[in-house]
Design a protein around this ligand. Sequence first.
Ligand code: F6R
Length: 596
Amino acid sequence: MCGIVGYAGRRNAQPILLDCLKRLEYRGYDSAGLAIVGDGLEVFKSKGEIAVLEASMPAMKGTVGIAHTRWATQGKPTTENAHPFSDCTGKLAIVHNGIISNFMDVRESLVNDGHKFTSETDTEVFAHLVEAEFKGDLMDAVFNALKRVDGTYAFAVVSEGSGDIVATRRESPLVVGLGDGENFIASDLTALLKYTNRMVYIHDGEVVRVSKDSVTIKNEKGELVTREPQKITWNLEDAEKGGYPHFMLKEIFEQPEAIHDSLLGRVESVDVEPFFAGNIFSSVKIVACGTSYYAGLVGKYIIEELAKIPVTVQISSEYRYSSAPRENPLVVLITQSGETADTLGAAREAKKRGNKTIGIANVVGSAITREVDHVIYTRAGPEIGVAATKTFVTQLVALYLLAMELGIQNKSLTAQARRSMIGSLRNLPRAVQDVLNQAEVIEALASKYAKARDMFFIGRSINYPIALEGALKTKEIAYIHGEGFPAGELKHGPLALLSKDSPVVAIAVKDRTYEKMLGNISEVSARGSPVIAIGYEGDTELARYVDDVIWVREIPPVFSPVPVIVALQLWAYYLAKARGCPIDKPKNIAKTVTVE
Ligand code: F6R
């Protein structure tokens, strides 16, 4: 996720672009830059937040320009990898939000044709493609360059001596803002609200030419498109969070896109093959903290099911001071921030033990990426809310992909089984969207139980760690004492805690433990506790056992943790809202824990 903006008008473009860019900083903040068309074409970019760019940049003169704030997905967050990118002539500049999945092949062919690259990014290929296709008309060049790229994108291009911005999109957002004698483009209309509230949404595959006095849209076939602008009624304050009251809710709703991005170009491989290089791992150890640890616990079930190798999971602060057993596992370190001190220490310890290490991280170039042998990025985009949501779900996606690789490598998974898993992975965004569509129902349910002091979460098998994660979200956001248990363990002690005042959330999807789960739900009901179940749509039997149900779409059970946790994130969010808690910044907790 990155943010792009563009301005074509009569005023000096630089301060306007910077101002708009700041409102997109939630989309990325590891580097930023801008390109201004004045007497020539000037590009300035730098590593770090927009404030760093602003403090270091020279005054640039010109009334047309584009700008970018980056969240690295391909190539480290450095000045060289910051946008905009120029072609070989330096006469055009582009910015991009998205991922070009075939960039390696395109880059190779462009290098063979003599193009010179200055960065490690996927984006730069597009600058050279437009250069190669340019025959006098920038819009035509963009149309032709698009024929050679796969992936998701919103691109904006400017060129020396021209008053136009040419922009296009596929699965990444792009809006045009209409002003008087000036027009804008942006990833998100919130960036433009200070200047205009008249917006035209660009659709997938369309290319738009924006100048100070005109906006021309063409569809994929090159036909002219007429579209009425929409009048937006949001104020600037709404805009900061894209219209959501909290970053947490916004990030929960971004999950279909985050899953989609995390799968892009990867379903056949997460590039671990060269890293495996003939090593067959007979065991895996996953090490992480907090929510990432719970992702690791889910990963244990996934890897054991798909790759049939034993997995142990340990909390980083415990692992790093434990004694080394004789085994030589593949060690997988999961950390969204990539900066958690205990997980960094654990990575060093794993190296000391001579183990091969893989990091699963969301922040490109973060410290963990320097400590491990191989990194799988989660591509969730920046997560601002303290409670991890979309990063957890994309960690699960990374674990499915890794488990498939391990399964193929040790021949536990057939190519046919893998194909069917890929189909299920591709369906996950829809299963998540179904849950999001029920937000109002979940809100009403959460309000009913929001006065509880204690709340228990039970699950079995792969949904046992999801019960733990649901409990953690409820604790940290809603300040309710939440505890998760394997449902079969209740009778060994926790049943003593149950009463009519302690609601129990039971995850009861139809897997091999379903009948046992119904038995556990009966044990709970017999103690007078209200039960809220999460089950598969259409399960009338489950509905008879419980007080309330949240439905998720029926999918193969190994993938059920994804929609189920989204339901529990909304549950925790609405409990917190009903209790008036400060959702994005819960007390006593920091987003990134850099102390031991
Ligand atoms: C809970 C949460 C924390 C983090 C933990 C590890 O919502 O966000 O439990 O999961 O601090 O952080 P990372 O993944 O950055 O290592």
